[in-house]
Design a protein around this ligand. Structure first.
Ligand code: CUA
Length: 333
């Protein structure tokens, strides 16, 4: 009954919990597929057990209900029944074995090496309150709240945290695994996309006021497109459509105000989120739809969108300055 209650709660609460964009039961890679198979197996067994037990409960309740004729009957005293006792001991053992064998097998097949493995692509993920940093050490590229990976390639994510414990989860590709602060031995998690697409990722460990807003996107692209994308970002070209007065003014403002925390090029790394590419993203800080108007609102008061965010609000900027800054940022592609 407890299990059923959990299942009913899970099914009803999940879509309401703000996770509606997360496709938990739509795997797009072998790791997530294996996890989904295990989930379906255990759910199937639970439903089977529930149906049998609940049907027996209903049948017996009806069959042996109190009727006027039976009112004065005292039932026989029954002491033990070897056949039934063996049955209700052996059946759960069999069911648990059916669950345990693939679970243990899966756990071993998914267990990740704690050391860097030769020939495997590795990306370092650092969790921050409340954003994600992805660093490609071989390529020298840093991204925030998005990561690009090639399809049909196992990618090892090396998981670290800058502050508290976070957890890395991309439901359609697999997970989750914790990002621990201060560790000398970071966790590693291998994920593998077998179809191109954009997959939602999320922090799965309560980490503070904006835990639920700690989202990221995984872009799985063909190997050719991946190589092209990476070398493009390594070149870190200045935006093409630039050079308006407003843009130049925004660039100056960025350099004097924002550059101490934020980089504006893919090959740079700072303490705050790297803003390279912010102009082509759907969301600002993965919480508000991207537009110059929202960019200005965010700069003025980021905490109203992401409570607990470390960035201070810049309320003293004039409208002209805000426009210039928003113009510069939206040109960072
Ligand atoms: Cu980070 Cu929850």
């Amino acid at each position: 009954m407890k299990r059923l209650l959990f299942l009913v709660l899970f099914i009803t609460i999940m879509p309401l919990s703000g996770c509606s964009s997360l496709q938990v039961l739509d795997p797009k890679g072998p790791v997530a597929k294996l996890q989904e198979n295990l989930f379906q197996l255990s759910t199937g067994i639970m439903i089977l057990v529930f149906i049998i037990v609940f049907s027996m409960f209903v049948v017996f309740t009806w069959k042996y209900r109190e009727t006027p004729e039976r009112r004065d009957i005292t039932p026989d005293y029954v002491k033990g029944n070897r056949k039934y006792e063996i049955a209700w001991t052996v059946i759960p053992i069999i069911l648990l074995l059916i669950l345990a064998v693939p679970t243990v097998q899966g756990t071993f097949s998914l267990s990740d090496s704690q050391e860097k493995e030769d020939g495997k692509m590795e990306i370092t993920v650092t969790g921050h309150q409340y954003w994600w940093e992805f660093h490609y050490s071989d390529e020298g590229i840093t991204l925030s709240n998005e990561v690009w990976i090639p399809v049909d390639t196992p990618v090892v994510f090396k998981l670290k945290s800058d502050d508290v414990i976070h957890s890395f989860w991309v439901p359609q590709l697999g997970g989750k695994k914790d990002l621990n602060p201060g560790g000398t031995n970071p966790n590693r998690l291998t994920l593998h996309a077998s179809e191109t697409g954009v997959y939602e990722g999320k922090c799965a460990e309560l980490c503070g006021a904006s835990h639920s807003l700690m989202r990221f996107k995984v872009h799985a692209v063909s190997k050719e497109k991946y190589d092209e994308w990476i070398s493009d970002k390594q070149e870190d070209r200045a935006p093409e459509a630039a050079a308006s007065d407003s843009y130049e003014k925004g660039k100056k403002l960025f350099t004097s105000n924002c550059l101490s925390c934020h980089a504006d090029g893919y090959t740079e790394k700072r303490d705050g989120p790297n803003l390279a590419g912010i102009g082509r993203k759907d969301y600002i800080a993965s919480v508000i739809p991207n537009s110059e108007a929202n960019m200005k609102k965010w700069i003025k008061d980021p905490k109203s969108f992401k409570p607990g965010a470390k960035m201070p609000g810049f309320n003293d900027l004039t409208d002209e300055e805000l426009n210039a800054l928003a113009n510069y940022l939206s040109n960072l592609k």
